[in-house]
Design a protein around this ligand. Structure first.
Ligand code: IVH
Length: 675
């Protein structure tokens, strides 16, 4: 075959494959049998093997993934990627409509309502009809170049159909189809691997894999709903027409879009969407309301973070009914015995739930939960699922009350009902009295590696269990003695992942003091307490010998916490542990240390952060506030001085509004910082 003949045949094959892909992945109406498709595809690959120049960026062969990347490049978005204002209340939807009407008094407004996909926001840039770059939203101005990963999505055209503009930026959401997610988790469970929490995180996690070959195995999908920069085409006049245009170019668009001429129709559409969305292939967490006419949108404009012409209405937490198969007992790092509901798996609010916490013995009795009961569970987004109540009418005859164990189910030691200091308010905590209980040992090690502590990747449940079982690591200091060979010899642990873990362990030696303090698991010392201590002590040595009175002088450290700290450092085993960590080369100095902290501009002020800020990460914003002596709290109360709200702010923002707490954005925070 001559080169010219090969070229001709390749073009024809590529076009055929593109058409079949579109029919199958975008329109869900296959036009060819699998073996026939495979034959075309193989012929295409053979041609490319013979004539490598045929293998262009938009060839169907380019979906499978090439060489792994070592990092993602940053890309600046030609037009910023904004977020949306959120609400859970119909009243606020009405207020939004009124607000827009006030901006456009002479116009009769038409709205569209679309599903709000719960996935990962991305932008795709096509140049001369060929996919050039695909990127994450990032901070809205710059994102990560994830082109190779996006190309693996079969419904995403690598080349546009029809009349393509010279530049087209389209925006949409990458998602993990619900059915694929269930399948993947079932496979992982069968292989004894950890299952993924929900489709959204899995989609986001998959798009951040550096090896696109792995991404290709995940069967992600994408829906497009908006535009960025467009050159060389007249942009359609309305959202509805724009979506038609996108479909014509070969994109998948939202499952159903409503056009509404007034507020009543709009609310009806929101309700109808709520009743339909369960049947969609993707997770949805709300409805997006948009002004239909593009020209009117321009007249409304945008704030720094969100357009004034659109709004997201979020649906409330989802409940589901399922059966309680068993009640098991989990032993945590402090020895606390927590009853856990083992449920008939049920899909609710974005993930399959098969376990829910029952908190403690008291709670279990208060709700009168019995094995065999039908229960209502509730889950909102990332929140841990909870059992709300029992459906008593469905209780099977003879259902027995649960009898709380008298010994630790992990190690058989006797349990202790006596309270540790500070726990009076939390109710009865039954605790395993054996500090060497394997469950406690595992809990302490996992906590050390966790994100809020030393942040050592790979140090999760599975590896820690192996390390404890093999006796390689029994306390946190032993992480720093681990040898590559012994680690690599563990089951399902290759040399590469062993090395990665050891690298993470080595990096953790340099972590700031507050992380180490939190990681030690000193009673009552969470992230907030650890940071407060690290602000007031230059080093661990100094803190170790501090008197309770010096500790209670610190804001945020009460008597109970102070006593917990003094006791902990008074224990000779604990002191030896700290000494061994020092010998292993861990950093004991505090970068947060700031003798002026108490006198800083924000001294005595409490801030709460919520949502995604346009440029600062949560950690960066907290660091700014803390550097000036302010405190960052996790929840809003009357004592909160400021709520710093970013995109997608949720219930904390609502609470701030209800309580009349000042709400500021990132720019205003910067302003305050500068005094
Ligand atoms: S339009 C400038 N439409 O929700 C307007 N966004 O909470 C940009 N999202 O960042 C967004 N489904 O990632 C739009 N049908 C939809 C959407 C949608 C999901 C995401 C998007 C956005 C986030 C805001």
């Amino acid at each position: 075959m001559t080169k010219a003949e090969a070229q001709k045949r390749h073009t024809a094959l590529a076009a055929q494959i593109r058409d079949h892909d579109r029919a199958y992945y975008v329109e869900a109406r296959p036009t060819i049998s699998d073996p026939e498709y495979d034959r075309l595809y193989r012929e295409l690959l053979d041609l490319e093997a013979q004539f490598s120049e045929l293998c262009a960026a938009d060839s169907p062969s380019q979906r499978v993934g090439g060489q792994p990347l070592s990092a993602f490049a940053s890309v600046r978005h030609a037009a910023p990627m904004l977020s949306l204002d959120n609400t859970y209340s119909e009243g606020e939807v009405r207020e939004f409509v009124a607000r827009v009407q006030k901006l456009l008094p002479a116009e009769s407004l038409e709205w569209t309502v679309e599903p709000k996909l719960d996935g990962l926001a991305v932008t795709l840039r096509y140049e001369k009809g060929v996919l050039a770059v695909g990127a994450t939203r990032g901070d809205g101005a710059m994102g990560d170049d994830i082109t190779a990963n996006l190309k693996t999505i079969r419904s995403l055209p690598l080349r546009l159909s029809g009349n393509a503009p010279s530049v087209l930026e389209v925006r949409g959401e990458v998602y993990f189809p619900k059915a694929e997610f269930e399948k993947l988790n079932a496979e992982r469970a069968a292989a004894g691997e950890e299952t993924f929490v929900n489709p959204r995180n899995t989609a986001a996690g998959s798009m951040k894999l550096l090896d696109s070959k792995l991404v290709a195995q995940r069967h992600l999908d994408i829906v497009l709903y908006g535009l960025g920069e467009v050159v060389g085409a007249v942009v359609p006049e309305t959202q509805s027409a724009m979506l038609d245009w996108l479909r014509g170019l070969g994109f998948k668009t939202p499952e159903k879009v409503w056009s509404c001429a007034n507020e009543e129709a709009l609310l009806a559409a929101i309700h109808e969407l709520d009743s339909l969305r369960k049947s969609f292939a993707y997770e949805t967490d709300g409805a997006v309301i948009k002004l239909n006419a593009m020209a009117l949108r321009e007249r409304c404009g945008a704030t720094a973070k969100a357009p004034r012409w659109a709004m997201a209405y979020k649906y409330a937490a989802e409940q589901a009914q399922t059966r309680l198969r068993a009640i098991t007992i989990q032993v945590g790092r402090t020895g606390a015995l927590t009853p856990v509901a083992e449920l008939e798996p049920v899909f609710v609010a974005g993930s399959t739930v098969s376990r829910a916490t029952l908190h403690n013995e008291e709670e279990l009795h208060r709700k009168d939960i019995r094995v065999g009961d039908t229960v209502i569970i509730e889950k909102a987004g990332e929140v841990i699922p909870a059992v709300v109540r029992v459906v008593l009418e469905l209780r099977p005859a003879g259902a027995q009350e649960f009898v709380f164990p008298k010994t630790c189910p992990e190690c058989g030691s006797k349990v202790d009902k006596s309270l540790r200091t500070g726990e009076e308010a939390a109710g009865v905590v039954v605790r395993c009295a054996n500090p060497d209980c394997p469950a406690q040992v595992r809990g302490r090690l996992e906590h050390w590696c966790s994100r809020g502590a030393m942040d050592i990747e790979g140090g999760g449940e599975v590896l820690v269990a192996q390390l404890v079982k093999s006796g390689l690591v029994l306390d946190v200091a032993e992480f720093y003695q681990l040898k590559l060979a012994e680690l690599a010899a563990l089951e399902r642990m290759g040399e590469k992942s062993a090395q990665n873990f050891l690298d993470g362990v080595a990096t953790s030696k340099q972590r700031d003091l507050w992380r180490l303090l939190h990681g030690l698991g000193i009673p009552e010392v969470g992230v907030g307490g650890a940071k407060a201590l690290a602000r007031c002590f230059a080093s661990l040595e100094e803190l170790m010998d501090a008197q309770a009175s010096r500790l209670t002088a610190i804001r945020d450290i009460g008597e109970v916490t102070a006593a917990g700290i003094v006791n902990w450092f008074g224990d000779s085993d604990n002191r030896r542990l700290v000494e061994r960590l020092g010998k292993a080369g861990l950093n004991f100095r505090s970068e947060l240390f700031n003798p002026e902290a108490a006198l800083g501009r924000f001294a005595g002020k409490t801030f709460v952060l919520t949502g995604t800020l346009p440029t600062l990460t949560r950690e960066q914003a907290a660091a700014k506030i803390e550097a000036l002596g302010g405190r960052v709290a996790g929840s809003v109360s009357k004592k909160t001085d400021y709520v710093v709200a970013g995109a997608d702010a949720g219930s904390k923002l609502d609470k701030a509004r209800t309580l009349g707490v000042a709400v500021i954005d990132e720019a205003q925070l910067e302003h305050l910082c500068q005094g």
